[in-house]
Write a protein that binds this ligand. Structure first.
Ligand code: THU
Length: 131
């Protein structure tokens, strides 16, 4: 799958958002080393703190399907202040399970910028440190 196709998948995933309170829909598409793609969108709760980001939905879906190796994640989000990058909690979880992936940030369908997760989270705390 090309970067562009993964970004398009994230925009498609965004349509499934449940951003009832923030009205800030986000989509994510996480690719495995085998080429499978897991989609996520943000899901919010009336108890706001229970809400979950699109990235973590995609990651948790993949993990609970037995996936262990990841290559890229695309994130689709519209903002007046682009680019929008994953929140700290999502960076940590991605580092825990997918440290070596590239992150594709897309603020408009068809457009994106690509950077390694390691650039978004330098000096990460990882499962290696618990050994
Ligand atoms: N959100 C994401 O889903 N991903 C991000 O990268 C940033 C923030 C969600 C969480 C919440 O549902 C809404 O966007 C506003 O913070």
């Amino acid at each position: 799958m090309t970067d562009k196709e993964l970004v398009a998948a994230a925009w498609k995933a965004r349509e499934m958002h449940s951003a009832l309170f923030s009205k800030f829909p986000v989509g994510a598409a996480l690719e495995t080393a085998e080429g499978r793609v897991y989609l996520g969108a943000n899901i919010e709760s009336s108890s706001y703190g229970l809400s979950i980001c699109a990235e973590r939905v995609a990651l948790f879906k993949a993990i609970t399907e037995g996936e262990k190796n990841f290559t890229r994640i695309a994130i689709a989000v519209k903002s007046k202040r682009p680019p929008v990058a994953p929140c700290g909690a999502c960076r940590q979880l991605l580092a825990d399970y997918a440290l070596n992936i590239d992150v594709l940030l897309s603020d408009e369908p068809g457009q994106f910028q690509k950077l390694p997760l390691k650039e978004l989270l330098p000096f990460p705390f990882t499962p290696e440190h618990l050994k």
